[in-house]
Design a protein around this ligand. Sequence first.
Ligand code: RUQ
Ligand code: CUA
Length: 661
Amino acid sequence: MIPRPNRGIAMTGAALALVTIGVYACQSGSTGGVGAGSMMAAAEAVYVPPGEYDEFYAFMSGGFSGNLTVMGLPSGRLLKQVPVFSQYPENGWGYSQETLAMLQTSHGFVPWDDAHHPELSMTDGVPDGRWIFINGNNTPRVARIDLNSFETTEILEIPNSAGNHGSPFITPNSDYLVASTRFSVPIPNRDMSIEEYRGNFKGTLSFVRANDPGNMEIAFQILMPGYDYDLAHAGKGPSDGWMFFTSYNSEEEHTLLEINASRRDKDFVAAVDYRRAEACIAEGAGRTMPARYTHNHMDETTQSAVSEMMTEVRVIEPTDCSDMVYFLPTPKSPHGVDVDPTGQYIVAGGKLATVIPVHSFDKMIAAIEAEDYEEVIDGIPVLTYESVIAGEVANAGLGPLHTEFDGRGYAYTTAFISSEIVKWEIGTWQVVDRIPVYYSVGHLMIPGGDSREPWGKYLVALNKITKDRYLPTGPELAHSAQLIDISGDQMRLLLDFPTQGEPHYAQGIAADLVMNDQTQFYALEDNEHPWVARSEGETRIVRDGNQVHVVMTSIRSHFTPDNIEGIRVGDEVYFHVTNLEQDWDVPHGLAMIGAETSELLIMPGQTRTLRWVPDAPGIYPFYCTDFCSALHQEMQGYARVSPRGSSVALRWGTGGTWNTN
Ligand code: RUQ
Ligand code: CUA
């Protein structure tokens, strides 16, 4: 649609007509109210700045893909898949030697996870665009993704946890993110009968320091009764300093939970005063437990991942620290817990409940001060339901799960079973609007919708079932998201688009908080990779026993060296490729025939390493995988592999000049 520069070929009438139609189509396609003004300004101006067309970044969890999907809103255009707990051939993540250590865990190399809940870093309760965090559900982990580079830069494993579902919800100034365990297990874990669950299996709520990149650490874990801890959200404003966690299975059952864990009318929201926990620990409460878990991070100067094994964790119990944890009775097997922008109301999604219960923070504090308890469980006072409840939203749809807010006094709750989004008013607890979604919605996302200042213009419904929305693709259908305009009194469906993996939660942020601070390339002079070549003159090959290190560069459109001889069968070859470009949008790649890993994608100024173990004598071509220039297809080379024990000398070069050691 963008008119091409005239390359000296006279345009035919038909070609001109096509260009004109293209421009016209582009303009009429944009009349959804987005950036239309600037597009209309001049007939020839078809360029719309990206931040004007897409006002928001949307970050969707990839579920079992282990990735984070980045989209533009309102277009629904897919911008990027960020691999987090995954190997991703598109950019060599989890294959290149530099990234392998990011996926180390106490169980070894685990390049998979089930990533549910992205959470943006915040300053003063508002998303700030620095980082986004996401949980790994299966092998309990939390990750930090840097929003300058859109790369995963840190992963911390969570010990004493099983099923890190209620995670990584963050406090208003990103001091802590939390990780609560879905499954209770014996702590420390040990061999015992499953039937001895009650009293022996425990849950944990972990508080992870998040504000210092490269230094995430578990500040403390709270040992809790053996329930299933589901989701969380931090307090803000008046409730700043508190973290709220949902739980189900207060029945402490270990089999057929769909029946056995649905018996009680109410389960609990756990309210944790984490400043109180800090104070108790400062006075020596709790104990240090041995534990094995990894902390992995990207070293900025070498751009290589480092993995360290941690050996202990601080654990505190409610009986060690009075006034630290309270239970708010909440109907019935609640799932989501969401705090409104004022910080006053705590909304739970009782997935089997007929109403949406809303707790009042002020009433909770009053009940605590009045010691208005129903009972005390393992040192945790259970506040009286009637004393803490602010209201119940009736007629809220079946299967309420998650709630977000528009900042104008309304809340929006997903109803999984009745497949709808229900809008209700905070304070009157009256439903004011509802809209069907297709089908069976889980989470919803309003940019900033869990923060102090939502951008209450759009809502995205993240649907679990697609059925008939798109062209079918065999037994597995694309998941579906729906964009809904919430700027008026009534919700209005704008767009339907497929998503990647199985998105659970998502987060959104105004584009200009992220787009203006992007890493465009890495400065070569700052590259401290042990095998960097900052110029073609520094390229070389080093043999160390059967290990061969090829220190190589790429620049449009050749490798140095591009001819290599003297490799033998039995050698382990490491191609360390530095991309010498110092310009935005010029990656180079490297693919090697017979390599057992994916290609590499090397950003400008970066060094990445591909391991290659040739298994037979011969000539092995390699090439650049990223279409980098008109002569990209010429960006290729040969490696000669001689038999084991051969006397062919190591030599290398580009352009016919050979180098030797
Ligand atoms: S949780 S809807 Cu992780 Cu609701 Cu998926
Ligand atoms: Cu470099 Cu293609």
